[in-house]
Design a protein around this ligand. Structure first.
Ligand code: NAP
Length: 231
């Protein structure tokens, strides 16, 4: 199978790429800084970059059957998750929205023709349990939570629209659990060791869940164990 993994150069994405290549699939990656000849430059905060990366991947992989977006941000040089409403800042909130919510939706928009025409096409994007509004009992992390909730809504919409033109396709929103990556590093101290997955285990679990997604499940948010998470 021909697969494109965005965010596939580190963290969960890199382990997922390795897992798929070990199974014999042809896998290209997408990253802000491409690291090999099978890697394309893409910045999810930049619509032009998304458009040109999709054009490039469709040239490189004419039988593309699966796209997995593992790119996402929780913290960066100038942005930290908010502990209180006082810390909410417009530029950080908008950046989170661009990368975590709008980027994946624009990606689906650019891939639309391929998703519409390809039997059994799978489009997956990593979300997070903390993006569930009904599951929110602690508050905080305003920008991250809101951007993941927005991604859930946008990709649910993509799933509904896609179902009308390609009932065999799948749009999957996935929660990986807490995984030992640079994204979760600053927040791991209270996570019990049996609840902190290494990236290899996380990639295997997510891949299994994604492969078991049926077209009638398209648009749901599902965790690493195959349990649905209500929005
Ligand atoms: N780790 C966890 O415990 C956990 C829990 C719940 C959900 N998640 C979600 O799982 C996904 C993967 O997280 P991770 O833990 O693997 O994090 P990670 O190691 O920090 O990897 C994040 C990836 O996103 C890419 N990225 C960031 N901004 C980007 C942009 N503007 N355009 C394109 N790519 C960009 C990074 O690429 P660069 O090399 O360009 O920086 C990197 O490959 C995220 O969506 C995260 O929200 C993770």
């Amino acid at each position: 199978m021909q697969v494109w993994v965005i965010g596939g150069t580190q963290g969960i994405g890199a382990a997922w790429v390795q897992h798929l290549r070990d199974q014999g699939h042809t896998v290209w990656t997408g990253a802000r800084t491409p690291e090999s000849s099978q890697s394309l430059a893409i910045d999810l905060s930049d619509p032009d970059s998304i458009q040109s990366a999709v054009a490039d991947v469709l040239r490189a992989l004419p039988e593309l059957q699966m796209v997995i977006n593992t790119a996402g941000v929780l913290h960066w040089e100038s942005g930290q998750p908010e502990k209180s409403l006082r810390q909410l800042q417009s530029d950080s909130a908008l950046y989170s929205y661009q990368v975590n919510a709008l980027g994946p939706a624009l990606l689906a928009q650019q891939l639309w023709d391929c998703m519409r025409k390809t039997k059994g096409f799978r489009f997956a994007s990593l979300s997070a349990r903390v993006g569930s509004i009904s599951d929110n009992r602690l508050g905080g992390w305003h920008s991250y939570r809101a951007s993941k909730a927005a991604q859930n809504m946008l990709l649910k919409n993509v799933a509904l629209e896609l179902k009308r033109v390609n009932p065999t396709a799948v749009v999957a929103l996935l929660h990986p659990g807490t995984v030992d990556t640079q994204l979760s590093k600053p927040f791991q101290s209270r996570v019990p060791s049996d609840k902190l997955f290494d990236v290899t285990r996380a990639a295997q679990q997510l891949n299994q869940v994604l492969m078991e997604f049926a077209p009638e499940d398209s648009g749901v948010l599902r965790d690493w164990a195959g349990q649905d998470i209500p929005f």
